[in-house]
Design a protein around this ligand. Structure first.
Ligand SMILES: [Ca+2]
Length: 125
């Protein structure tokens, strides 16, 4: 129960079958969307405080989560929309450069908890 919509974990040995993995050729927008969808576990198009706390290992407290949300929450709605997320990273890419923005996104991927492993039987050898 609750595992039906599980996504492939961001693991190197098991590339996600459905999702496009970030690569050099991708636009920052495309990579940002992939990462957004990894964090938006209930797929309602927004990242909220609960999801940030649940998904990102670096976020341990409610306060951390609020800080995280407010970084990207351009309209102060209390949650991050995909639009805000993409806008943030594309302006980030313009100001600090594509590879630094990409590194930020990849850092987030590293921080995403491997939740699915507790949901599915391990298929790792
Ligand atoms: Ca959500």
């Amino acid at each position: 129960m609750g595992c039906g919509a599980s996504k492939a974990p961001p693991s190197d040995e098991q590339p996600p079958p459905m999702e496009h993995r970030p690569s050099k050729e991708d636009t920052i927008e495309a990579v940002a969307i992939v990462v957004f969808q990894l964090i938006d576990v209930n797929e309602d198009g927004t990242i909220d405080i609960g999801e940030a706390r649940k998904i990102l290992t670096t976020i341990e407290t409610e306060e951390n989560a609020r800080d995280f949300i407010s970084t990207y929450d351009l309209d102060r709605s209390g949650m991050i929309t995909q639009d805000e997320w993409v806008t943030y990273f594309s302006s980030m890419a313009e100001s600090i450069g594509y590879s630094d923005a990409l590194r930020l996104l990849k850092g987030l991927v590293q921080d995403i908890r491997d939740k699915e492993s507790s949901c599915e039987p391990s298929t790792k050898a």
